[in-house]
Write a protein that binds this ligand. Structure first.
Ligand SMILES: [Zn+2]
Length: 289
């Protein structure tokens, strides 16, 4: 807190705070009073997922992008999710993938929708206008990653203040076999389309998710920074395609092939915690930059 007050002092001095001849304790106390709101905000975002006031996100647009679709597996091939679309860096890739599933049949597509629904409620309660790439889809699968009415196009069209692609993973060993013991979440940002706002949102999200307790960074992914759970990838078409000024992160929420982790991911109470932590990170991003 002292460090916070001294950082603010620099700003305060510019605006005429009389600092001469006072000792640091006096200055700290004075600045605590003058900038109490600021100090409390910083404290909140670094130590807790507690959401702030209703209405804090009024006027802000947030796009949620729940990955895959529970029906994707019913639409294979070039007329379905196998249609080729731009990968955002000069090549082509499949329109969408089926996603993974737990061994007892809970699909990643459904998990992504379940978290997105809870997150929509949390963000709406804060005043945000929430748009989902799963809404208004004329098909019962997809949508595609890029192209007309795609995930990327919906994000670009709405140019939100923040966007989150929600996923869960199916971990594999290097030989391609399923890894039922790997665990943890990670947050992906594009290395092809570098975005400082996306990195900032990733950091806030990382802080809030770890604050839940009982979760940790993925132990099966070569993370750029193991402390930040950050994974830099060049092959994700959506972040490669959109304006880098839009804070966009892709969250891999855990390993659905790990039975104990899959059970937690399927728990509505955990999903609620997960959604509120994401909402808190978005709120911090939008209210503090
Ligand atoms: Zn996925």
């Amino acid at each position: 807190m002292r460090q916070t007050a001294r950082n603010v002092l620099t700003v305060g001095a510019v605006f005429g705070v009389v600092a001469a001849a006072a000792n640091w304790e006096t200055i700290d106390a004075e600045l605590e009073k003058r900038f109490n709101t600021n100090a409390e905000t910083e404290s909140t975002t670094t130590s807790t997922t507690t959401l702030q006031a209703a209405g804090s996100l009024t006027g802000s647009v947030v796009v949620l992008d729940p990955g895959h679709h529970p029906n994707n597996a019913s639409h294979p091939g070039p007329d379905g999710i196998g249609a080729q679309v731009s990968d955002g860096r000069g090549g082509m890739k499949d329109c969408n993938k089926t996603g993974t599933a737990s061994e007892d049949g809970y699909s990643e597509g459904q998990f992504n929708l379940d978290v997105a629904a809870k997150l929509t409620t949390a963000l709406t309660n804060l005043g945000a206008t929430v748009i989902s790439t799963a809404d208004g889809n004329p098909n019962d699968y997809g949508p595609c990653l890029t192209g007309p009415n795609s995930r990327a196009e919906i994000i670009s069209r709405n140019h939100p203040a923040a966007a989150v692609s929600i996923h869960a993973d199916g971990a594999k060993h290097p030989d391609g076999s399923i890894d039922t013991e790997a665990s943890g979440f990670h947050i992906i940002v594009s290395g092809y389309n570098e975005s400082a706002p996306s990195r900032a949102l990733a950091q806030k999200l990382n802080t809030n998710l770890l604050a839940i307790g009982g979760v940790q960074c993925s132990d099966y992914i070569p993370l750029e920074d193991p402390a930040s759970c950050l994974d830099i990838r060049d092959d994700l078409a959506v972040p490669n395609t959109i304006d880098a000024a839009i804070p966009l992160v892709t969250l891999e929420s855990g390993n659905m092939k790990n039975p104990s982790e899959a059970a937690r991911l399927a728990d509505p109470a955990f999903q609620q915690q997960w959604a509120e932590a994401i909402a808190g990170a978005i709120e911090a991003q939008l209210t503090q930059g």
